[in-house]
Design a protein around this ligand. Structure first.
Ligand code: NAD
Length: 481
Protein backbone atom coordinates (compact mmCIF):
# COMPACT_ATOMS: atom_id res chain seq x y z
CA UNK A 1 0.00 0.00 0.00
CA UNK A 2 1.39 3.42 -0.93
CA UNK A 3 -0.24 5.89 1.32
CA UNK A 4 1.84 9.01 1.37
CA UNK A 5 1.45 12.42 -0.17
CA UNK A 6 1.21 11.58 -3.91
CA UNK A 7 2.64 14.96 -4.82
CA UNK A 8 6.11 14.12 -3.55
CA UNK A 9 6.27 10.32 -3.61
CA UNK A 10 8.77 9.15 -6.26
CA UNK A 11 9.38 12.72 -7.42
CA UNK A 12 12.10 15.32 -7.34
CA UNK A 13 11.84 19.10 -7.50
CA UNK A 14 13.66 21.21 -10.04
CA UNK A 15 12.73 24.79 -10.81
CA UNK A 16 9.28 24.57 -9.23
CA UNK A 17 8.27 21.38 -11.05
CA UNK A 18 7.75 18.11 -9.23
CA UNK A 19 8.94 15.54 -11.73
CA UNK A 20 8.15 11.81 -11.52
CA UNK A 21 11.39 9.82 -11.68
CA UNK A 22 11.94 6.90 -14.08
CA UNK A 23 13.61 4.96 -11.32
CA UNK A 24 12.34 4.78 -7.76
CA UNK A 25 12.82 2.71 -4.62
CA UNK A 26 10.37 1.98 -1.83
CA UNK A 27 10.49 3.88 1.43
CA UNK A 28 9.46 1.36 4.06
CA UNK A 29 8.23 1.65 7.60
CA UNK A 30 11.03 0.52 9.96
CA UNK A 31 8.38 -0.67 12.43
CA UNK A 32 6.78 -2.88 9.78
CA UNK A 33 8.77 -3.86 6.69
CA UNK A 34 5.57 -4.80 4.88
CA UNK A 35 4.34 -1.24 4.84
CA UNK A 36 5.55 0.81 1.89
CA UNK A 37 5.23 4.39 3.04
CA UNK A 38 5.98 5.83 -0.37
CA UNK A 39 8.63 5.97 -3.04
CA UNK A 40 11.89 7.81 -3.36
CA UNK A 41 13.18 9.04 -6.71
CA UNK A 42 16.55 7.62 -7.74
CA UNK A 43 17.91 10.63 -9.56
CA UNK A 44 20.73 10.39 -12.09
CA UNK A 45 23.85 12.55 -12.32
CA UNK A 46 22.15 14.44 -15.16
CA UNK A 47 19.28 15.34 -12.82
CA UNK A 48 21.78 16.71 -10.33
CA UNK A 49 23.50 18.85 -12.96
CA UNK A 50 20.11 20.16 -14.05
CA UNK A 51 19.15 21.01 -10.46
CA UNK A 52 22.43 22.91 -9.92
CA UNK A 53 22.04 24.76 -13.23
CA UNK A 54 18.47 25.73 -12.31
CA UNK A 55 19.54 26.89 -8.87
CA UNK A 56 22.31 28.99 -10.43
CA UNK A 57 19.82 30.68 -12.74
CA UNK A 58 17.42 31.43 -9.88
CA UNK A 59 20.32 32.80 -7.83
CA UNK A 60 20.76 35.75 -10.18
CA UNK A 61 17.52 37.35 -8.99
CA UNK A 62 17.13 35.83 -5.56
CA UNK A 63 20.53 37.09 -4.41
CA UNK A 64 19.34 40.62 -5.21
CA UNK A 65 16.05 40.34 -3.32
CA UNK A 66 15.20 42.64 -0.42
CA UNK A 67 16.08 41.29 3.00
CA UNK A 68 12.65 42.16 4.35
CA UNK A 69 10.98 40.35 1.46
CA UNK A 70 12.96 37.20 2.24
CA UNK A 71 12.02 37.33 5.91
CA UNK A 72 8.34 38.01 5.13
CA UNK A 73 8.14 35.05 2.76
CA UNK A 74 9.75 32.79 5.34
CA UNK A 75 7.36 33.87 8.10
CA UNK A 76 4.36 33.25 5.86
CA UNK A 77 5.72 29.83 4.93
CA UNK A 78 6.25 29.07 8.64
CA UNK A 79 2.60 29.88 9.37
CA UNK A 80 1.44 27.37 6.77
CA UNK A 81 3.96 24.74 7.87
CA UNK A 82 2.62 25.03 11.42
CA UNK A 83 -0.86 24.08 10.21
CA UNK A 84 0.56 20.93 8.58
CA UNK A 85 2.29 19.48 11.63
CA UNK A 86 -0.62 17.43 13.00
CA UNK A 87 -1.53 15.80 9.71
CA UNK A 88 2.06 14.90 8.81
CA UNK A 89 3.50 13.79 12.12
CA UNK A 90 2.55 10.17 11.48
CA UNK A 91 4.34 10.27 8.12
CA UNK A 92 7.58 11.12 9.91
CA UNK A 93 7.04 8.29 12.39
CA UNK A 94 6.26 5.84 9.60
CA UNK A 95 9.32 6.58 7.54
CA UNK A 96 11.76 7.24 10.38
CA UNK A 97 10.67 5.11 13.35
CA UNK A 98 10.74 7.93 15.92
CA UNK A 99 8.10 7.93 18.63
CA UNK A 100 5.17 10.26 18.03
CA UNK A 101 6.05 12.90 20.65
CA UNK A 102 9.60 13.21 19.35
CA UNK A 103 8.40 13.45 15.76
CA UNK A 104 5.98 16.22 16.68
CA UNK A 105 8.68 18.11 18.55
CA UNK A 106 10.93 17.89 15.49
CA UNK A 107 8.26 19.29 13.18
CA UNK A 108 7.40 22.15 15.51
CA UNK A 109 11.06 22.94 15.84
CA UNK A 110 11.21 23.41 12.08
CA UNK A 111 8.59 26.13 12.45
CA UNK A 112 10.76 27.79 15.12
CA UNK A 113 13.81 27.54 12.89
CA UNK A 114 11.95 29.37 10.13
CA UNK A 115 10.57 32.09 12.38
CA UNK A 116 13.69 32.68 14.45
CA UNK A 117 16.01 32.75 11.45
CA UNK A 118 13.69 35.20 9.66
CA UNK A 119 13.71 37.49 12.73
CA UNK A 120 17.44 37.19 13.13
CA UNK A 121 18.14 38.00 9.48
CA UNK A 122 16.93 41.59 9.67
CA UNK A 123 19.34 42.57 12.45
CA UNK A 124 22.20 40.32 11.37
CA UNK A 125 22.35 41.52 7.79
CA UNK A 126 22.96 45.16 8.79
CA UNK A 127 26.49 46.37 8.01
CA UNK A 128 28.81 46.62 10.97
CA UNK A 129 30.97 49.76 11.16
CA UNK A 130 34.40 48.99 12.60
CA UNK A 131 36.04 51.34 15.09
CA UNK A 132 39.30 53.00 13.99
CA UNK A 133 40.66 55.88 11.94
CA UNK A 134 39.68 54.43 8.61
CA UNK A 135 35.96 54.13 7.88
CA UNK A 136 35.41 50.43 7.21
CA UNK A 137 32.19 48.49 7.15
CA UNK A 138 31.73 44.76 7.26
CA UNK A 139 28.95 43.94 4.85
CA UNK A 140 27.37 40.65 3.87
CA UNK A 141 26.53 39.07 0.62
CA UNK A 142 25.12 35.74 -0.41
CA UNK A 143 27.39 33.16 -1.92
CA UNK A 144 25.61 31.15 -4.60
CA UNK A 145 24.32 27.63 -5.03
CA UNK A 146 24.33 25.65 -1.79
CA UNK A 147 24.14 21.87 -1.51
CA UNK A 148 22.41 20.61 1.64
CA UNK A 149 22.97 16.91 2.28
CA UNK A 150 21.24 15.43 5.30
CA UNK A 151 21.03 12.09 7.17
CA UNK A 152 18.06 9.98 8.18
CA UNK A 153 18.25 10.16 11.95
CA UNK A 154 16.70 13.63 12.50
CA UNK A 155 15.85 14.37 8.92
CA UNK A 156 13.58 17.36 9.41
CA UNK A 157 15.61 19.46 11.83
CA UNK A 158 18.95 18.69 10.24
CA UNK A 159 17.65 19.66 6.80
CA UNK A 160 15.73 22.76 7.90
CA UNK A 161 18.63 24.08 9.98
CA UNK A 162 20.65 24.42 6.78
CA UNK A 163 18.07 25.10 4.06
CA UNK A 164 16.33 27.92 5.92
CA UNK A 165 19.35 30.13 6.74
CA UNK A 166 20.86 29.39 3.32
CA UNK A 167 17.76 30.68 1.53
CA UNK A 168 17.34 33.65 3.87
CA UNK A 169 20.93 34.66 3.24
CA UNK A 170 20.08 34.92 -0.48
CA UNK A 171 21.45 31.61 -1.74
CA UNK A 172 19.60 29.02 -3.77
CA UNK A 173 19.70 25.40 -2.65
CA UNK A 174 19.84 21.86 -3.94
CA UNK A 175 18.72 19.60 -1.10
CA UNK A 176 19.59 15.91 -0.94
CA UNK A 177 17.80 14.11 1.89
CA UNK A 178 18.59 10.53 2.89
CA UNK A 179 16.95 7.84 0.77
CA UNK A 180 15.37 5.97 3.68
CA UNK A 181 13.21 8.88 4.87
CA UNK A 182 12.85 11.76 2.44
CA UNK A 183 9.06 12.05 2.35
CA UNK A 184 8.29 14.35 5.27
CA UNK A 185 11.12 16.64 4.23
CA UNK A 186 9.75 16.80 0.69
CA UNK A 187 6.18 17.30 1.86
CA UNK A 188 7.25 20.29 3.94
CA UNK A 189 9.76 21.68 1.46
CA UNK A 190 7.03 21.58 -1.17
CA UNK A 191 5.17 24.15 0.89
CA UNK A 192 8.22 26.22 1.77
CA UNK A 193 9.38 26.27 -1.86
CA UNK A 194 6.01 27.61 -2.99
CA UNK A 195 6.67 30.84 -1.04
CA UNK A 196 9.87 31.54 -2.97
CA UNK A 197 10.63 32.09 -6.66
CA UNK A 198 10.97 28.91 -8.71
CA UNK A 199 14.42 27.38 -8.55
CA UNK A 200 15.32 28.83 -5.13
CA UNK A 201 14.67 25.45 -3.50
CA UNK A 202 15.34 22.25 -5.46
CA UNK A 203 15.21 18.72 -4.06
CA UNK A 204 16.93 15.65 -5.47
CA UNK A 205 17.12 12.16 -3.99
CA UNK A 206 18.98 8.93 -4.60
CA UNK A 207 22.01 7.04 -3.46
CA UNK A 208 24.67 9.46 -2.21
CA UNK A 209 27.36 7.07 -3.38
CA UNK A 210 26.06 7.33 -6.96
CA UNK A 211 25.04 10.97 -7.26
CA UNK A 212 27.09 12.57 -4.46
CA UNK A 213 30.06 13.40 -6.65
CA UNK A 214 27.88 15.13 -9.24
CA UNK A 215 26.73 17.52 -6.53
CA UNK A 216 29.92 17.95 -4.51
CA UNK A 217 32.38 18.23 -7.38
CA UNK A 218 30.20 20.64 -9.37
CA UNK A 219 32.11 23.95 -9.63
CA UNK A 220 28.87 25.96 -9.55
CA UNK A 221 28.13 24.72 -6.02
CA UNK A 222 29.76 27.29 -3.72
CA UNK A 223 28.80 25.82 -0.36
CA UNK A 224 28.23 22.29 0.90
CA UNK A 225 26.40 21.87 4.19
CA UNK A 226 26.63 18.22 5.15
CA UNK A 227 25.39 16.31 8.17
CA UNK A 228 26.15 12.61 8.27
CA UNK A 229 28.86 10.10 8.96
CA UNK A 230 32.56 10.90 9.12
CA UNK A 231 33.31 8.48 6.32
CA UNK A 232 30.89 10.22 3.96
CA UNK A 233 32.24 13.59 5.10
CA UNK A 234 35.69 12.52 3.93
CA UNK A 235 34.31 11.33 0.60
CA UNK A 236 32.61 14.70 0.13
CA UNK A 237 35.83 16.56 0.91
CA UNK A 238 37.64 14.46 -1.67
CA UNK A 239 34.95 15.10 -4.29
CA UNK A 240 34.93 18.82 -3.54
CA UNK A 241 38.70 19.20 -3.50
CA UNK A 242 38.94 20.06 -7.19
CA UNK A 243 37.17 23.36 -6.50
CA UNK A 244 37.54 25.58 -3.46
CA UNK A 245 34.22 25.61 -1.61
CA UNK A 246 32.91 26.43 1.80
CA UNK A 247 32.28 23.13 3.51
CA UNK A 248 30.32 22.82 6.69
CA UNK A 249 30.22 19.40 8.28
CA UNK A 250 28.58 17.83 11.29
CA UNK A 251 29.80 14.28 11.43
CA UNK A 252 29.82 11.21 13.63
CA UNK A 253 30.36 11.09 17.37
CA UNK A 254 31.32 8.71 20.14
CA UNK A 255 30.40 10.84 23.14
CA UNK A 256 31.75 9.88 26.54
CA UNK A 257 29.90 10.45 29.81
CA UNK A 258 32.24 10.57 32.80
CA UNK A 259 30.60 9.73 36.13
CA UNK A 260 32.76 10.90 39.04
CA UNK A 261 32.97 9.50 42.56
CA UNK A 262 30.68 12.17 44.01
CA UNK A 263 28.01 12.02 41.28
CA UNK A 264 24.38 12.20 42.30
CA UNK A 265 22.83 9.05 40.85
CA UNK A 266 19.27 9.62 41.98
CA UNK A 267 16.23 8.71 39.90
CA UNK A 268 16.28 11.98 37.97
CA UNK A 269 19.96 11.72 37.10
CA UNK A 270 19.56 8.13 35.92
CA UNK A 271 16.63 9.18 33.78
CA UNK A 272 18.70 11.98 32.19
CA UNK A 273 21.53 9.56 31.54
CA UNK A 274 19.14 7.03 30.04
CA UNK A 275 17.71 9.69 27.74
CA UNK A 276 21.23 10.68 26.76
CA UNK A 277 21.84 7.09 25.68
CA UNK A 278 18.49 6.02 24.26
CA UNK A 279 16.76 9.06 22.79
CA UNK A 280 15.62 8.05 19.28
CA UNK A 281 16.89 4.52 20.01
CA UNK A 282 20.42 5.92 20.28
CA UNK A 283 20.33 7.27 16.72
CA UNK A 284 21.47 10.72 17.76
CA UNK A 285 24.86 12.10 16.79
CA UNK A 286 25.37 13.43 20.29
CA UNK A 287 24.00 10.47 22.23
CA UNK A 288 26.07 9.08 25.10
CA UNK A 289 27.99 6.27 23.40
CA UNK A 290 30.42 5.29 26.20
CA UNK A 291 30.10 5.64 29.96
CA UNK A 292 33.18 5.85 32.21
CA UNK A 293 32.32 5.55 35.88
CA UNK A 294 34.54 5.76 38.95
CA UNK A 295 35.21 2.25 40.25
CA UNK A 296 33.57 3.06 43.61
CA UNK A 297 30.25 3.78 41.86
CA UNK A 298 30.50 1.25 39.05
CA UNK A 299 28.23 -1.49 40.46
CA UNK A 300 25.64 1.03 41.61
CA UNK A 301 25.45 2.73 38.23
CA UNK A 302 25.29 -0.51 36.28
CA UNK A 303 22.47 -1.82 38.48
CA UNK A 304 20.50 1.43 38.35
CA UNK A 305 20.81 1.74 34.60
CA UNK A 306 19.80 -1.89 34.09
CA UNK A 307 16.70 -1.27 36.18
CA UNK A 308 15.92 1.86 34.19
CA UNK A 309 16.38 0.06 30.86
CA UNK A 310 14.25 -2.90 31.99
CA UNK A 311 11.02 -0.86 32.12
CA UNK A 312 11.24 0.69 28.68
CA UNK A 313 8.47 -0.18 26.25
CA UNK A 314 9.82 -0.80 22.77
CA UNK A 315 7.51 -0.89 19.78
CA UNK A 316 5.96 0.98 16.87
CA UNK A 317 6.43 4.71 17.56
CA UNK A 318 2.92 5.42 16.34
CA UNK A 319 1.47 3.86 19.51
CA UNK A 320 1.06 6.37 22.33
CA UNK A 321 2.64 4.24 25.09
CA UNK A 322 5.98 3.54 23.41
CA UNK A 323 9.27 4.75 24.89
CA UNK A 324 11.53 3.66 22.08
CA UNK A 325 10.99 2.76 18.43
CA UNK A 326 12.96 0.66 15.93
CA UNK A 327 16.18 1.52 14.13
CA UNK A 328 15.62 3.32 10.87
CA UNK A 329 16.90 0.88 8.30
CA UNK A 330 18.17 -2.63 7.74
CA UNK A 331 21.84 -1.81 7.33
CA UNK A 332 21.88 0.14 10.61
CA UNK A 333 19.97 -2.69 12.30
CA UNK A 334 22.43 -5.32 11.01
CA UNK A 335 25.38 -3.16 12.02
CA UNK A 336 24.19 -2.63 15.62
CA UNK A 337 23.18 -6.29 15.99
CA UNK A 338 26.64 -7.27 14.76
CA UNK A 339 28.36 -4.97 17.27
CA UNK A 340 26.39 -6.50 20.15
CA UNK A 341 27.02 -10.06 19.01
CA UNK A 342 30.75 -9.50 18.54
CA UNK A 343 31.00 -7.81 21.96
CA UNK A 344 29.46 -10.95 23.52
CA UNK A 345 31.69 -13.28 21.49
CA UNK A 346 34.82 -11.45 22.59
CA UNK A 347 34.11 -11.87 26.29
CA UNK A 348 31.98 -8.87 27.32
CA UNK A 349 28.72 -9.34 29.22
CA UNK A 350 25.58 -8.37 27.34
CA UNK A 351 22.50 -7.31 29.31
CA UNK A 352 19.24 -6.88 27.41
CA UNK A 353 16.45 -4.82 28.95
CA UNK A 354 13.17 -3.43 27.69
CA UNK A 355 9.68 -4.79 27.08
CA UNK A 356 8.48 -5.87 23.66
CA UNK A 357 5.17 -4.05 23.31
CA UNK A 358 3.85 -6.14 20.50
CA UNK A 359 5.88 -9.39 20.44
CA UNK A 360 3.89 -10.93 17.56
CA UNK A 361 4.94 -8.20 15.11
CA UNK A 362 8.46 -7.87 16.53
CA UNK A 363 10.14 -9.64 13.61
CA UNK A 364 8.56 -7.24 11.12
CA UNK A 365 10.45 -4.24 12.55
CA UNK A 366 14.11 -3.26 12.98
CA UNK A 367 13.82 -3.52 16.74
CA UNK A 368 16.72 -3.84 19.14
CA UNK A 369 16.06 -3.86 22.87
CA UNK A 370 18.04 -1.45 25.08
CA UNK A 371 21.32 -3.16 25.84
CA UNK A 372 24.15 -2.65 28.33
CA UNK A 373 27.63 -4.03 27.73
CA UNK A 374 29.99 -4.51 30.65
CA UNK A 375 33.48 -5.93 30.73
CA UNK A 376 34.49 -4.57 27.30
CA UNK A 377 37.98 -3.11 27.00
CA UNK A 378 38.85 0.40 25.87
CA UNK A 379 40.20 -0.84 22.55
CA UNK A 380 37.20 -3.06 21.81
CA UNK A 381 35.00 -2.36 18.82
CA UNK A 382 31.91 -1.54 20.92
CA UNK A 383 33.87 1.22 22.71
CA UNK A 384 35.77 2.63 19.75
CA UNK A 385 33.08 2.55 17.05
CA UNK A 386 30.04 4.82 16.82
CA UNK A 387 27.20 2.38 17.52
CA UNK A 388 24.29 4.75 16.68
CA UNK A 389 21.85 2.37 18.35
CA UNK A 390 20.34 1.47 21.76
CA UNK A 391 23.45 -0.13 23.24
CA UNK A 392 25.90 1.32 25.73
CA UNK A 393 29.24 0.05 27.03
CA UNK A 394 30.05 0.93 30.66
CA UNK A 395 33.70 0.99 31.75
CA UNK A 396 35.34 1.80 35.08
CA UNK A 397 38.19 4.15 35.90
CA UNK A 398 40.26 4.75 39.01
CA UNK A 399 41.27 8.41 38.76
CA UNK A 400 40.04 11.47 36.94
CA UNK A 401 43.16 11.85 34.84
CA UNK A 402 42.63 8.35 33.50
CA UNK A 403 38.96 9.11 32.77
CA UNK A 404 39.88 12.13 30.65
CA UNK A 405 42.50 10.11 28.80
CA UNK A 406 40.01 7.34 28.04
CA UNK A 407 37.33 9.80 26.92
CA UNK A 408 39.80 11.55 24.60
CA UNK A 409 41.00 8.24 23.20
CA UNK A 410 38.73 8.48 20.16
CA UNK A 411 38.92 9.85 16.65
CA UNK A 412 35.64 11.66 17.40
CA UNK A 413 35.13 14.84 19.42
CA UNK A 414 31.46 15.77 19.26
CA UNK A 415 30.10 16.18 22.82
CA UNK A 416 30.88 14.84 26.29
CA UNK A 417 29.40 15.09 29.75
CA UNK A 418 30.69 15.19 33.32
CA UNK A 419 28.53 13.95 36.17
CA UNK A 420 29.59 15.42 39.50
CA UNK A 421 28.20 17.54 42.33
CA UNK A 422 31.13 19.93 41.99
CA UNK A 423 30.61 22.37 39.13
CA UNK A 424 34.17 23.67 39.27
CA UNK A 425 35.51 20.15 38.73
CA UNK A 426 33.11 19.77 35.79
CA UNK A 427 34.51 22.95 34.23
CA UNK A 428 38.09 21.83 34.80
CA UNK A 429 37.38 18.55 33.04
CA UNK A 430 35.50 20.32 30.25
CA UNK A 431 38.68 22.28 29.52
CA UNK A 432 40.54 19.02 29.01
CA UNK A 433 37.94 17.05 27.10
CA UNK A 434 38.24 17.09 23.33
CA UNK A 435 34.61 17.79 22.48
CA UNK A 436 32.66 20.56 20.76
CA UNK A 437 30.46 20.92 23.86
CA UNK A 438 30.50 19.48 27.37
CA UNK A 439 27.37 19.06 29.49
CA UNK A 440 27.26 18.99 33.27
CA UNK A 441 24.96 16.34 34.84
CA UNK A 442 23.14 15.98 31.56
CA UNK A 443 23.83 14.89 28.01
CA UNK A 444 21.40 16.35 25.58
CA UNK A 445 20.91 18.45 22.47
CA UNK A 446 20.87 22.23 22.51
CA UNK A 447 17.34 23.59 22.51
CA UNK A 448 18.41 27.15 21.80
CA UNK A 449 18.78 27.64 18.06
CA UNK A 450 21.61 30.08 18.63
CA UNK A 451 23.65 27.32 20.23
CA UNK A 452 25.02 24.65 18.01
CA UNK A 453 28.60 23.61 18.46
CA UNK A 454 30.02 21.42 15.73
CA UNK A 455 32.40 18.74 16.79
CA UNK A 456 36.16 18.66 17.07
CA UNK A 457 38.58 16.17 15.51
CA UNK A 458 36.73 13.90 13.07
CA UNK A 459 33.30 15.03 14.30
CA UNK A 460 33.03 18.23 12.34
CA UNK A 461 34.30 21.19 10.46
CA UNK A 462 33.55 24.92 10.72
CA UNK A 463 31.25 26.72 13.10
CA UNK A 464 27.79 28.10 12.66
CA UNK A 465 27.19 28.63 16.30
CA UNK A 466 25.19 31.81 16.33
CA UNK A 467 22.61 33.76 14.36
CA UNK A 468 20.53 30.66 13.59
CA UNK A 469 23.14 29.39 11.15
CA UNK A 470 23.05 32.48 8.91
CA UNK A 471 26.72 33.11 9.50
CA UNK A 472 27.77 30.13 7.51
CA UNK A 473 25.76 30.91 4.40
CA UNK A 474 26.97 34.41 3.55
CA UNK A 475 30.35 35.95 2.87
CA UNK A 476 31.44 38.95 4.89
CA UNK A 477 33.38 41.55 3.00
CA UNK A 478 34.99 44.87 3.85
CA UNK A 479 33.95 48.18 2.36
CA UNK A 480 36.43 50.98 2.97
CA UNK A 481 35.41 54.58 2.41
P1 NAD B 1 25.59 8.99 5.81
O1 NAD B 1 26.88 9.70 5.86
O2 NAD B 1 25.56 7.59 5.37
O3 NAD B 1 24.56 9.76 4.86
C1 NAD B 1 24.22 11.12 5.05
C2 NAD B 1 23.78 11.70 3.71
O4 NAD B 1 24.88 11.71 2.81
C3 NAD B 1 22.67 10.91 3.02
O5 NAD B 1 21.79 11.81 2.40
C4 NAD B 1 23.45 10.10 1.99
O6 NAD B 1 22.67 9.71 0.89
C5 NAD B 1 24.50 11.10 1.59
N1 NAD B 1 25.72 10.52 0.99
C6 NAD B 1 26.22 9.27 1.17
N2 NAD B 1 27.36 9.14 0.45
C7 NAD B 1 27.58 10.31 -0.17
C8 NAD B 1 28.60 10.81 -1.03
N3 NAD B 1 29.63 10.06 -1.40
N4 NAD B 1 28.51 12.08 -1.48
C9 NAD B 1 27.47 12.87 -1.10
N5 NAD B 1 26.48 12.46 -0.29
C10 NAD B 1 26.53 11.20 0.18
O7 NAD B 1 24.97 9.17 7.27
P2 NAD B 1 23.62 8.53 7.84
O8 NAD B 1 23.86 7.07 8.02
O9 NAD B 1 22.47 9.00 7.04
O10 NAD B 1 23.52 9.25 9.28
C11 NAD B 1 24.14 8.78 10.42
C12 NAD B 1 25.46 9.49 10.67
O11 NAD B 1 25.25 10.89 10.69
C13 NAD B 1 26.06 9.14 12.02
O12 NAD B 1 27.44 8.97 11.87
C14 NAD B 1 25.77 10.36 12.86
O13 NAD B 1 26.64 10.57 13.94
C15 NAD B 1 25.88 11.44 11.84
N6 NAD B 1 25.16 12.64 12.30
C16 NAD B 1 25.88 13.71 12.77
C17 NAD B 1 25.22 14.83 13.27
C18 NAD B 1 25.99 15.99 13.85
O14 NAD B 1 25.36 17.01 14.10
N7 NAD B 1 27.27 15.89 14.08
C19 NAD B 1 23.83 14.86 13.28
C20 NAD B 1 23.13 13.76 12.81
C21 NAD B 1 23.81 12.65 12.30
Amino acid sequence: MISTNPFVSGKYLIGGDWIAADKTANVINPADHNEVVGEVALCSKEHISKAVETAALAYEEWSQSEIKDRADRMRQAANEIKTLVEENVTLLVRENGKVLVEAKKDLLRCVDIMREAADELLEWWKPEVLPGNQKVQIRKRSRGVTAVISPWNSPMILTFKRVIPAVLAGNTVVVKPATSCPLTIMTFLKVVASYFPKGVINVVTGSGKIIGDALCANPTVRTIAFVGSTQTGKEIMRAASGTVKNIYMELGGNDAAIVLEDANLDEEAIKRLRLGVLRAAGQVCSAVKRIYVHESRYEELVQKLKKEFQHLRVGNGIQPDVDMGPLNNKSQYDYVKGLIERAGETGATVFTGGIQLDPESWDKGFYILPTIITGAGQSSEIVQAEQFGPVIPILRFTDVKEAVKLANDSEFGLRASVWTEDESVAVQLADRLEAGAVFHNNHTVFQDLHLDFPGLKESGLSRETRHCGLEFFADSYGFAD
